[in-house]
Structure formats: structure tokens, C-alpha cells
Design a protein around this ligand. Structure first.
Ligand SMILES: [Zn+2]
Length: 252
């Protein structure tokens, strides 16, 4: 069976593995760019793993509701897991040591079917609260998720371009790079194109743009910047709610 990737808009994705496991990344499913977000959220009854890159509300999104309803296990950094449990009430027994990692660490999940590598991202990370200071949530991360008999997927998280992205390809052949291009809070199209060049994925899928007016980076500008740099990766622009099949067999 194929691996299927759904984009929910913003930085939120669903991965269905070749054996049918459901993984979510930064599941802000009710974001303003996804019209049927509420229905999709209600229909998510089975979720195996929820991955988070950092603690900001536009990434944590519907995580706690999904965790409580489906029993999904939380996969993120040590500080972020601790903050989500203590501040937002994510069930502690679903955020244990086996699925809590940190930068440089590689975790084997679901009996080895899923492997995640935590890599750096240049951003911030905190849990916002109403009428109270935000709570520290550690360093933000990018995530490289490799599936057994499936692709390796690099979700950059929110980040600027940084030269150490070039190290990714020493360890992973990336089939799909999910890259932020919206500018303002992250890199925009030109810097994102430079990041793609460093990582050299087979396919690149832009994200984190257009959700709010300030996120002005767009796929057209991104495509121009990729061409300018002769980047070989295939650009695949998705629309919110779209599902595509991903090929590629992760080697690690
Ligand atoms: Zn964000």
C-alpha cells in the first residue's frame, strides 16, 4: 500500500502509513485556511501518534482534544511534552519517555515501523496563556519521519534558513520536504528555496503561508526562487484538505 499525505493547511499534516497507522504533525486542523476543519477533526477517531515541532498555538492546535479522544501518543521534545501535559492537560500516560526525544535523538516508534529524528529549527517555542505569561517549551525542532517500506519526510517546523540543514542529507535521503515559505515568522520563498537546495529532497511541498494576511510568501514566488537556483526537487503545491500518495522507500 501507498503512504498517503494529507495537508490540512498551515503546518498541519496527516500521514497514513503503508500499514494504515495514522500520524499527525502540528495538527491545527481547525485553522482558517481549511474550511472543513471542524468536520475533519470530528471524524478523526483513530490516531496513533501526534508529532509537534514547537509549542505555539498555530502548531499545537487541536492536539489535546485529539489526544483525549483517540488515546494518541504525543511525540515531541522533552520540554514541550512536559509543558503540554502540565499546562494544557494532555494525558500524561500518553506522553511518556519512549516517545519524548530531543535534538539529535532518533526514536523508534510503533515497533520500528516509524522512526523520528529530531533536528534543529531556528524559531521560538512557548505555550501561550490568556492573561498570563507564556510557559517555556524548550527549543523548537524540525522532524524527519522515516517509515518502514515508505518515504522519509522532513517537516522543517517553523524556521529560518540555516547552513546545518545541509547535514540532513548525510543521514537521510528525503523523499518529501515540507517547508515553511510564508515569511514574517519564518523564512520566505527565497530563503526556503535555499533550504531546499541544501536538503536536496525528491519532492518539496510548501506550507505555513496564506493562513493569515501577514504570511505573504506564496507558491508562485517559491517556484521562481527554486528555478533561479536550479533546484532539482519536484515542487508539489497542495491545497488544504488534499491527499496525495507518496512514494519512496526509506533506507534507514
Ligand atoms: Zn507557526
Amino acid at each position: 500500500m501507498d503512504t498517503q499525505l494529507t495537508w490540512y493547511g498551515h503546518a498541519a499534516f496527516k500521514i497514513k502509513t503503508p500499514t494504515g497507522k495514522i500520524l499527525l504533525i502540528d495538527p491545527w486542523i481547525t485553522n482558517p485556511a481549511f474550511a472543513s476543519g471542524k468536520d475533519e477533526l470530528a471524524s478523526l477517531n483513530r490516531v496513533d501518534l501526534v508529532f509537534l515541532t514547537h509549542g505555539h498555538g498555530d502548531h499545537v492546535g487541536n492536539t489535546v482534544e485529539i489526544g483525549k479522544r483517540t488515546g494518541a501518543t504525543l511525540v515531541s521534545s522533552f520540554d514541550l511534552n512536559a509543558a503540554i501535559v502540565s499546562v494544557l492537560g494532555y494525558p500524561q500516560e500518553q506522553a511518556g519517555n519512549e516517545t519524548t526525544g530531543h535534538l539529535g535523538g532518533q526514536l523508534s516508534l510503533l515497533d520500528g515501523e516509524v522512526n523520528v529524528q529530531f533536528v534543529p529549527a531556528w524559531h521560538g517555542s512557548s505555550i501561550e496563556r490568556v492573561n498570563a505569561p507564556p510557559v517555556y517549551a524548550g527549543n523548537p525542532t524540525g522532524l524527519i519521519i522515516s517509515l518502514r517500506d515508505g518515504p522519509a519526510i522532513y517537516h522543517t517546523g517553523d524556521t529560518d534558513l540555516f547552513s546545518d540543514m545541509a547535514l540532513v542529507k548525510r543521514f537521510h535521503r528525503i523523499d518529501a520536504m515540507l517547508v515553511c515559505i510564508g515569511d514574517h515568522f519564518t523564512m520566505g520563498p527565497a530563503r526556503a528555496a535555499e533550504a531546499v537546495k541544501l536538503v536536496a529532497p525528491k519532492t518539496v511541498i510548501p506550507m505555513h503561508y496564506g493562513t493569515f494576511p501577514v504570511l505573504t510568501g506564496n507558491p508562485q514566488a517559491f517556484e521562481r526562487e527554486l528555478k533561479k537556483r536550479n533546484v532539482k526537487a519536484r515542487l508539489r503545491t497542495m491545497h488544504a484538505g488534499e491527499t496525495i500518495a507518496l512514494d519512496g522507500k526509506a533506507k534507514s
